[in-house]
Ligand binder design. Sequence first.
Ligand code: B12
Ligand code: SF4
Length: 483
Amino acid sequence: MLKKVRFIEPGNYSPYKKSISNILTYNKFIRNPSTGLIMLATIVKKHVNDTLMYSESISKILWNDIYDADIIFIGINTFNAVRGYSISEQIRQNSSALLVFGGMHASLNYPETIEYCDYILTGDGDESIIDFIDYYKQNLINNKQNIKFPGVIYKQNDLIINTGKREQPENIDTIPDRNLVYQYSYMAKRYDTLWAQVHASRGCTFNCAYCTVIQHFGQKIRKRTAENIVQDIKEAIIFHKRKVIPRFNNFVWITDDNFAQDREWAISVLQCIIKNKIKYNFSIQARFEIGFDDEMLILLRKAGFIDLALGIEFLDDNSFAEYNKISNYSDILRAVKNIQKHDINVRGLFIVGTDNDTKGIGIKIAQYVIENKIKGALIQSLFFTPGTPFFDKYKKILIHQNWDKYNGNVVHFPKNITPDDLQEEIIIASKKIYSFKRLLYAVFHYKWINKILFIGEYFWQKSMRNDLYKEIEYLKTARLNQN
Ligand code: B12
Ligand code: SF4
């Protein structure tokens, strides 16, 4: 009998904690729960009525409600894998539930993850999770040899068995039932540091060498239908709506990696948003090519998109070539200018730590951001994870494989700058972009929603800088030990 299923999204080094700072500082002790895991809980709920999810991004876990479950599904990315493993050890000591892992890190790094669970379901879980539930219901799971469907990893007599790669699901039209996440409704209405998030397509046709997304979701783009996405957006907005005091942060983030890749589909989604008269603020992620598509930019603005996160990545052309990123400095800059002409803010996503970076890269990024009126920036140090083609090439320059530090920290020895200096460069850039002077400017000159965004990011970056500072001593020691 399968009576009770629980899902867990582990937090990373700083799982949810009640704190006054949660009002202003997103990502320290509070952040958006995983849409992917909520979708899976929604799918399973149709088969097992007693299904609930916990996310350490927004709440503590009620352990007594976990231990007597029949199956516990845990989803991990690299940054929260270590926390996932310690949760699994705790569960194993207190429960006989079947432990099943999935998600990007578990799929790409399964020889490590399988040590902490009974099974891993690799890749997209939408269909394999139903197969797994069916097998459980038919009592076929305990004898592992019975498992015939692809996409499963397990251990038998110390051997790791992989039942093979699964076809990726084409129908991904699941609207996540956010009410299945413990405390989410209460938290979403209370905190503006949580906002509506909708994932509309999976996969990317490009092939950047460091990218885990294509390894996991593939290079074919799979899309939800426009009507399904718009319904999800409507539900997400209502879910976050407060009854009395209006939200400051009225924002939906479409979290696709490259929204406009399938142009026809992207246009149909935008037209559907417009047709449904959804009056809200939206943000997307996209590559620079979108900046040359005036028709798309006009539609984006009309649909309410005020913010576009652009993978600017590097400020020198050699780095693009080195990591197989089909982009260049001047095209990106032209795209930035044209996007801004359409009254859409550009948010810059930068990567540091290539062989071409030297001391001064922090100031260079800050100047680029400020001079080109880029509204926000996220600077991430290069990291290499198992399952990407570059991992084998670069693992020798990794300082450690403590996955919980793979969240922005420098984790490798770059060629022309020390790791501690590079960490400091990220701090320098953040300090200059998110200076008090620029905060005051934003407060007095930016439009309401941009003001709110900048204030939120100001506090987020401040807390991130504190964490980056704490790591510098360790990086210094690592460097000295290497010499
Ligand atoms: C939205 C988002 C966020 C949001 C919300 C995160 C969240 N919990 O969803 C926020 C802003 C909080 C965030 C923060 C960060 N993020 Co982020 N984020 C994303 C983004 C853009 C979309 C996530 C998403 O909705 N995906 C779509 C859903 C459908 O996929 P999914 O969640 O993986 O789930 C599917 C499968 O993986 C599988 N599955 C997942 N779990 C399980 C469990 C089981 C049991 C099974 C069977 C299957 C299964 O089935 C699901 C449905 O098919 C991804 C990129 C991406 N394409 O995934 C990056 C991504 C996950 N983030 C990344 C990073 C690095 C970060 C940060 C460290 C950035 C930083 N420097 O601060 C932080 C870390 C936050 C933390 N916890 O500490 C990396 C992770 C790389 C890696 N190897 O793990 C990604 C892949 C971006 C990238 N291009 O590299 N992020
Ligand atoms: S464009 Fe973005 S999502 Fe696509 S392969 Fe490159 S890094 Fe990955």
